[in-house]
Design a binder for this molecule. Structure first.
Ligand SMILES: [Zn+2]
Length: 480
């Protein structure tokens, strides 16, 4: 077996490198691929494209110039242009040529359906020209292509998608977009994915979109394992007014609840409590989250009521208003009982009798109920958050352990690329190192290693940290 005689393995590696957004690595693989892979011209164009996508415009230009590629562009709409024309336009646009940029934008609009790479290319070129609106549109569409981006690009695409949300649009799509941002960042498989989330929120804030940054971090809280950096960033973005308001709401509700309970006890019927429940449900619908539109506020609340379970997907967390209302009422009753016991003691001891009869007793009851309700709600909230976060962290840790180290079971039929810990874990537990000095072929690069599946003979390439800083394992084909 010799690598040079395995064009299909090279083809798989080169394709998968693009799938995980490792374009610098892809350029390197294209350069090293055997002649049997593709012709000279096609290879040069693919290498140039990969370099450009990796942000190395100068090197991409060099490859194209060495090829002597034809850069004449047709008038827009004259049919799909060849890759060399597109690359020439993209490079000229990067260098500040407005006509080339206009041609590229038009070309992408017409032909992105046939060649989705055009959108990725436009996104990079538009960013290099600070054309934020076009770049945001392109990055959002790249995300919709369900690709896995490297951490830096994932951060950029997330900012684009959140920035482009319709602030008064429907709740469902906004929630879905925010959760897809979480999925995209998690799909980078890097250990410090939470920093990607925090950086994206920082970028949104720098654009003046504080509401977007807060919604994004709330989505991470709902749909990703809890981490300290995300929590810190979320707290830092939450204006003090929000916390004050939340406490004020809780106190007002508790005062009303205590009053309703007192009336219910005095009248001997539960009508005031029913009225309060109706009021609470109606109130929850009209409460706005400061700094957000009404729909964003609804999205905010919706994200607070769901979480992503690593196995079951999005699930309701089940601790809504009703749960806290029950807690509040139970606390108020306990407070009432305790106060009653205390006043009885005072009466029996013959102290403060006149004051208690003159309204002091009623006031004491009220304060007791209030204190009981507030304490019960605060404790319930603290306990619920602590238990929920502990449970979520435990489930995610178990799922992550399984992802990093699935044991020696073969998943070569299922997985085409793995990153960082998962790549090293899979190689260590399942694959066998291949001695490249025994006729396998030249080393691809320093830091690259070849591994093989003992069951299916699939050849895997494990690269050293590439342009994105990630170690990547790419699946090739079965080689006997
Ligand atoms: Zn295998």
């Amino acid at each position: 077996m010799h690598l040079d005689r395995q064009p299909s393995t090279w083809d798989a590696w080169i394709g998968t490198a693009a799938d995980v957004d490792e374009h610098a690595l892809r350029a390197r693989l294209v350069r090293s691929a055997p002649d049997a892979w593709k012709g000279y011209r096609e290879r040069a164009l693919e290498e140039s494209l990969s370099l450009l996508l990796a942000g190395e415009a100068l090197a991409a230009r060099g490859v194209l110039l060495a090829l002597g590629a034809e850069q004449a562009r047709g008038a827009p709409g004259t049919g799909p242009a060849g890759l060399e024309t597109v690359l020439g336009a993209a490079l000229d646009a990067t260098d500040g040529d407005d006509d080339a940029y206009a041609w590229l934008v038009d070309h992408e609009e017409r032909h992105a359906l046939q060649d989705p790479r055009l959108t990725r290319l436009l996104a990079v070129v538009a960013d290099s020209r600070d054309e934020t609106e076009v770049a945001d549109r392109a990055w959002s569409e790249v995300m919709a292509q369900a690709v896995r981006l490297d951490p830096a690009r994932a951060r950029r695409a997330v900012v684009a998608l959140v920035s482009r949300r319709e602030r008064d649009g429907l709740i469902g799509p906004m929630v879905a977009d925010l959760l897809s941002c979480v999925a995209l960042v998690r799909s980078t498989q890097v250990e410090d994915w939470d920093q990607v989330a925090v950086d994206a929120a920082h970028d949104l804030r720098a654009r003046g979109d504080v509401a977007g940054a807060r919604l994004l971090l709330r989505a991470f809280r709902a749909a990703a394992p809890p981490t300290a950096p995300v929590d810190r960033a979320r707290r830092a973005l939450t204006p003090a007014a929000v916390s004050v308001r939340a406490v004020a709401n809780a106190v007002v509700f508790t005062v009303l609840a205590a009053g309703a309970l007192a009336l219910a006890v005095r009248w001997g019927n539960p009508l005031p409590l029913f009225a309060l429940a109706v009021l609470a449900v109606a109130g929850a619908r009209v409460v706005h989250v400061p700094g957000m539109t009404e729909q964003e506020g609804n999205v905010w609340q919706r994200l607070g009521a769901v979480e992503l379970d690593p196995r079951r997907g999005i699930v309701e967390t089940g601790a809504g208003l009703a749960w806290f209302a029950v807690l509040g009422v139970a606390g108020a009753l306990s407070g009432l009982t305790a106060t009653s016991a205390a006043t009885s003691q005072l009466r029996e001891a013959g102290r403060h009798g006149a004051w208690l009869d003159g309204g002091g007793g009623l006031a004491l009851w009220f304060v007791g109920m209030l204190a009981g309700a507030v304490a019960a709600v605060l404790m319930g909230r603290w306990l619920h958050t602590a238990v929920r976060r502990h449970e979520t962290a435990r489930r995610w840790a178990a799922a992550d352990r399984e992802g990093v180290s699935p044991g020696a079971a073969c998943r070569c039929w299922q997985v085409s690329a793995l990153v960082d810990e998962r790549a090293l874990g899979y190689a260590g537990e399942h694959l066998l190192p291949l001695d490249r000095h025994r006729g396998v072929g030249d080393p691809l690069d320093r830091g690259d290693d070849l591994w093989q599946c003992p069951e299916s003979d699939t050849l895997w390439l494990l690269t050293g940290p590439g342009g994105s800083g990630r170690t990547v394992a790419l699946r090739g084909t079965a080689v006997g």
